[in-house]
Design a protein around this ligand. Structure first.
Ligand SMILES: *Cc1c(COP(=O)(O)O)cnc(C)c1O
Length: 397
């Protein structure tokens, strides 16, 4: 008997899966996978058979993206590096922190940490009995003093926003490991095209792939990287917490990888040109960028970063406090006021009222963040046009 209209609509004819390698990454836009038999399904769940069952658990497009980042992060690392894909940087960060902590555990974290991570530690994990000490992580003695027997995580950021503080990765790794803690590094501002923290002692690297890795401001995603053992534990908790990446977004993030080193190298060179071009402007009180020889962490950046790549974010503090900084943002013509960073377009934001709004005045001061700091994420435009845009805005102050 010919199946009915609805059945034929649902069960369209199978087309054979080609056994050729496509040049583009296939997007497996499916929630679930079919099995030949009920036993195959059982065996997959038991772990006696490999494959896919449900895309919150694993999806080949998402795996291709995460393994692509792992191949970039793990080049000079002994032993295999695995990646776990996430729907956002915060999904990666929250899952990793929950994997590594329990009620009664303690975290040591830099004071100028990304606002979302600060909020997670102080308002969410705090409710579950995880305590965090925020320290000046440039002072290794302060980090050592903060460590406790119950410290399970030392957190770091390769480049911290907006002061562009560079983490002493080998120093922090040694302290964490002495204390038996896991050293986790948020390397979003660096990307593997500048620095690979696993080479310098980090146990886990996390990224907001929304930024440089995706690189086009059109997708959110995250990724965690580390040993197969650690990533197995992170995967287990990702599955239960549910922050899994969608295959469509994984496609865009994977596409970003092909041009990551090209984009980042150019963005870094342009950022250094912008930082240098603004240093002597009479309306400028301070420029923070690790590529400047006057930056406190320039030496560390030379040691840990690939040659000539110091990051592509420049923080400018004009004279005249908060009002002058807000005016600077508003008077830029080419550079747009927007959150996020790492994309093709240069973006600007006033730090104290945006990315670090979770920090109160005391926390801002402790982290060395001035009320007037303005963060510029340098994109792919011509650097002369970017310098000219900031200079014309500064000239009006
Ligand atoms: C943006 C960002 C995050 C959060 O990533 P999302 O993709 O927005 O969730 C975490 N850390 C740093 C340093 C970031 O810049």
């Amino acid at each position: 008997m010919m199946p009915g209209e609805h059945t034929r609509s649902v069960h369209t004819p199978d087309v054979p899966v080609p056994d050729q390698r496509p040049m583009g990454l296939p997007v497996y836009r499916t929630a679930a996978w079919a099995f030949g038999t009920a036993d195959e399904y059982r065996d997959l769940l038991n772990g006696t058979r490999t494959g896919y069952s449900y895309s919150r658990i694993d999806n080949p497009t998402c795996d291709a993206f995460a393994q692509g980042v792992a191949a970039l992060e793990g080049v000079n690392v002994e032993g295999p590096v695995h990646g776990q894909p996430f729907a956002s940087g915060m999904a990666a960060i929250s899952t990793v922190l929950m994997t590594l902590t329990r009620s009664g555990a303690h975290v040591v974290c830099p004071r100028e940490v990304y606002g979302g991570t600060y909020g997670l530690l102080t308002t969410v994990l705090d409710r579950f009995g995880v305590e965090t000490t925020f320290v000046d992580s440039t002072d290794l003695d302060a980090v050592r003093a903060a460590l406790r027997p119950e410290t399970t995580v030392v957190w770091g950021e390769t480049i911290a926003n907006p002061t562009m503080t560079v983490a002493d990765l080998p120093g922090l790794a040694a302290l964490a490991h002495e204390a038996g803690a896991t050293f986790v590094v948020d390397s979003t501002f660096a990307s593997p095209a500048i620095c690979r923290p696993l080479e310098h002692g980090a146990d886990i690297v996390v990224h907001s792939a929304t930024k440089y890795i995706g690189g086009h401001s059109d997708v959110t995603g995250g990724v965690a990287l580390g040993s197969p053992e650690l990533m197995g534990r992170v995967r287990h908790d990702r599955i239960d917490l549910g922050g899994s990446l969608s295959p469509d977004d994984a496609f865009l993030l994977h596409r970003g990888l092909a041009t990551l080193p090209l984009r980042v190298a150019r963005q870094c060179a342009s950022a250094l040109a912008v930082a240098t071009g603004l240093l002597d402007h009479p309306a400028v009180a301070r420029v923070d960028h690790p590529g400047l020889t006057g930056h406190r962490d320039h030496g560390l950046a030379v040691k840990l970063f690939d040659e000539g790549r110091y990051g592509a974010v420049v923080t400018v503090t004009p004279r005249g406090g908060r009002e002058a900084s807000v005016a600077l943002c508003d008077r830029l013509r080419l550079i747009r006021v927007a959150t996020s960073l790492g994309g093709t377009h240069s973006l600007v934001s006033h730090v104290a009222s945006t990315t670090h709004r979770q920090l109160d005045a005391a926390a801002l001061a402790a982290a060395g963040i001035g009320a007037g700091a303005v963060r510029i994420s340098v994109g792919l435009e011509d650097p002369e046009d970017l310098v000219a845009d900031v200079v014309q805005a500064l000239d009006t102050l």
